[in-house]
Design a protein around this ligand. Sequence first.
Ligand code: 5AD
Ligand code: SF4
Length: 436
Amino acid sequence: MSEARKLFIKTYGCQMNVYDSERMAEALGAKGYVLTEVAEEADMVLLNTCHIREKAAEKVYSDLGRLRPLKTAKPDLKIGVAGCVAQAEGEEILKRMPLVDLVVGPQSYHRLPDMLERTEGGARVVDTDFPEEDKFDHLPERKATRGPAAFLTVQEGCDKFCAFCVVPYTRGAEVSRPFARLMAEARGLVEKGVREITLLGQNVNAWSNDGRGLGGLIRELARIDGLERLRYTTSHPNDMADDLIEAHGAEPKLMPYLHLPVQSGSDRILKAMNRKHTAEHYLRLVERIRAARPDILLTSDFIVGFPGETEADFEATLDLIRAVGFGSAFSFKYSARPGTPAAEKPELPAEVCDARLQRLQALVTEQQRAAQVAMVGREVGVLYEKAGRLPGQMVGKSDHLHAVHVEDPAGRVGDLVRVRITASAPNSLAGERLGA
Ligand code: 5AD
Ligand code: SF4
């Protein structure tokens, strides 16, 4: 028998891609491929790509260019492009990059093993269908994951059509996976040692099936013995249903953390973005969530320099940030994406966008520090995910998703321990284990 063939996957972009990369590795695993961390050793290189901003998409082409010497040295090497750039650009990728053997979209990657077989004879193949069949029914069972915290995709796609966003085009319409399948997948993960599950979806809180919403799904998942923590991401403000907000108060396994993108604090810009909510609506929603779970940590996404954004609009965004107080936030300069309505509009000068991004990030950093410092002295749960750099040290995530370093020579990956936070560093916390 020849040695197992090796697969190298590079994942760009969001957590949905991280989940998809794992599932693609499992699909190819069934065909004898094992993962390698070293591209030079690989028999197949798969780039699982992101199309959300121009920079992310262009990075894929420069990375492909960098694979050229490898392909020359190893002509049998297969190179595949998966994910949202694959979906958006399809055939174009083959034209622009002769070294690419296959292009597979996010809804058709269960066909990857067959596609790969077709490339054996030298064919170059593209599959960017939104097939009738559900890819999840055609993928092998989940393997043991890398740690005690796992992702579980419950929903895909987006029907919201924010004016700047490619997701409704690359990921298609909102589809919820069936309740029973999700329960089975979650139980399977827990049997393999998983203690924390993050439910994923482009609009995760739009999930619904069998008369249940996401709040109902969370309640049922929480009944699984051995599953200790639940999270979900990414949510849209307009889909925060009452039962989901209630779950934050009623369900102790649902962690006190919520990523709730708002994008802007200006009603004029929110309207131009087609967000279908106002700043006031968002602030009221935050009040209701905090009433249910007072210690919840909120994070968000912001876009600066959306076409037409004035200084007053931008100030309104800073006001909203001050009013809410976020634990952290992702902020981006607006990037015009082909095929989206906003791409038709004139762009703001780059210097204006740069300056606004810096001001916004300075404010968010201040809030992040304050939120971390406020944790000092408090007792939190920490799930150890790996050993720290220093001997005897463990690193894990707190209930509020802060990275926490703990001196704990007896600690093991997968332990869920009580910790008192003792110090705050720029991007993490330190703590001491209680009751050990
Ligand atoms: N330009 C800049 N940022 C964008 N995002 C989505 N599309 C764009 C774009 N065209 C940001 C939004 C979203 C996050 C995932 O990426 O803030 O919430
Ligand atoms: Fe994109 Fe808006 Fe859908 Fe989020 S809600 S994926 S930003 S279109």
